[in-house]
Design a protein around this ligand. Structure first.
Ligand code: CA
Length: 430
């Protein structure tokens, strides 16, 4: 992940505002954390916590001990604890400009990362072979998670997990959630897997090379190398074994692909291109969806059509395993990055279609204006919140149909300009 910052910022705040991102508007907390740049961030005011830190810490200690954490573990963990202003700044930031999906993908799946992924695959062939044979999760998928999450262990986040989680549990916006993660982190320390000074992670407490949150660690981390410790900070066997266990638990289906890039017919029912709309592959075949290389779609599982850049951009048919990747992080751009990095490592081509690289991301003000104009014209985009989700895309489709354009739901500057012209005399939004 990028040095500090933008690392986990994306998971908490930005996943759902990425243009074209089809995750829900509520920006669900991630299972684990990874890098996704979010653009410029602006800080919001920080609320003062209601109790003093010593009083708060005293109550936390009582709760931890009641949960069976040893007093010595707690006291050692908090011996040098520091509240970190930087963590609160990051937790309070709101992205002003989302990155376009292709900007993120260009950086996340670059040639250097592909080459280094191939090297890692070769260097760890025996270990990866064993783990993937046992779990059914392909070696290249395990290495791709490692590459996207932490650039193969280079960018694991420079925060003390105890400092970061304490700060967020004491005065963050999601104090209850992070208190649970902090107690989980203490359980990990209590089990002896890692020393407090080595327990490093992102500002949001995502740990080690797999960027597991502590609760995910407790459920899924394993001691693959058999040294008695689950070490996702320093042991590659433990990193791959733990990643495989988590991905398998998230529904990975052995022997199947994540999906593929496809071509759509001109008369495709564009309102069916939403991640929430799944159909059997046979139904997509009937609707004219074709593999890029020609021939017919294979398989019979359920799939969805993913458009990240409108009808003119690349189109993907994503299957069950794509959803398994998204459970690591609920962003379509993230899941596509893991999938494409794995594909390219094994010699498959990257994205073949042309991204509309000339399209700038809409600013938050422009996204709000778009929603307000759609609402005032009766296209029902839902509550205007500056986040382009399924409701907004459907409203854009209704507007596009009304003007005879291809209803792909892609919100662009040109579309906003058409709305301004069409709603002249309407409310002065934006
Ligand atoms: Ca181990």
């Amino acid at each position: 992940m990028r040095p500090l910052s933008l690392a986990s910022l994306r998971l908490l705040l930005a996943a759902s505002v990425l243009a074209g991102c089809q995750s829900t508007n509520s920006a669900p907390l991630p299972a684990a954390s990874a890098a996704q740049a979010t653009g410029v961030a602006i800080a919001a005011p920080i609320a003062q916590p209601p109790v003093s830190f010593p009083d708060w810490l005293s109550a936390l200690r009582a709760e931890a001990l009641a949960q069976g954490i040893r007093p010595a573990t707690f006291d050692r963990a908090f011996a040098n604890v520091r509240l970190k202003d930087r963590v609160i700044e990051l937790d309070s930031s709101q992205p002003e400009f989302a990155r376009q999906p292709w900007q993120y993908l260009d950086s996340a799946v670059n040639d250097v990362r592909v080459r280094q992924g191939r090297e890692r695959l070769q260097q760890n062939a025996g270990l990866l072979g064993r783990v993937s044979q046992r779990s059914g999760v392909p070696a290249e998928i395990l290495v791709a998670f490692w590459g996207i999450e932490t650039d193969y262990g280079r960018e694991t986040g420079g925060f003390s997990v105890i400092d970061a989680l304490t700060t967020l549990a004491y005065q963050g916006r999601r104090a209850g959630y992070f208190r649970g993660e902090l107690l989980a982190a203490l359980k990990i320390l209590d089990s002896g897997d890692i020393a407090p000074e080595r327990m490093a992670g992102s500002w949001a407490g995502a740990m080690g090379m797999t960027q597991f949150m502590p609760t995910i660690f407790l459920k899924h981390a394993i001691d693959e190398d058999g040294d008695g410790k689950r070490d996702i900070w320093g042991s590659l066997p433990d990193v791959f074994g733990s990643t495989a266990k988590f991905v398998l638990a998230n529904g990975w289906r052995t022997g199947e692909r994540w999906g593929e890039e496809v071509a759509l017919p001109r008369d495709f029912p564009w309102d069916q291109a939403e991640l929430t709309i799944t159909k059997p592959v046979s139904e997509w075949r009937r609707l004219g969806v074709r593999p890029l290389g020609g021939g017919e779609l294979a398989g019979e599982d359920n799939a969805a059509v993913l458009l990240l850049a409108g009808a003119g951009g690349p189109v993907f048919l994503v299957r069950e395993n794509f959803r398994a990747i998204m459970k690591y992080n609920p962003s379509t751009s993230y899941a596509l990055a893991v999938a494409l990095l794995a594909d390219r490592m094994t010699g498959r081509p990257g994205v073949q279609g042309a991204w509309p690289r000339h399209e700038p991301a809409l600013s938050k003000d422009e996204r709000l204006e778009l929603q307000q104009r759609l609402a005032s014209m009766g296209f029902e985009p839902g509550n205007p919140d500056g986040i382009v989700g399924a409701n907004t895309r459907n409203a854009v489709r209704r507007f596009q149909k009304s003007i005879g354009a291809v209803p792909d739901g892609f919100a662009t500057k040109a579309l906003l300009e058409r709305l301004r012209q069409a709603s002249t005399g309407g409310p002065a939004a934006g």
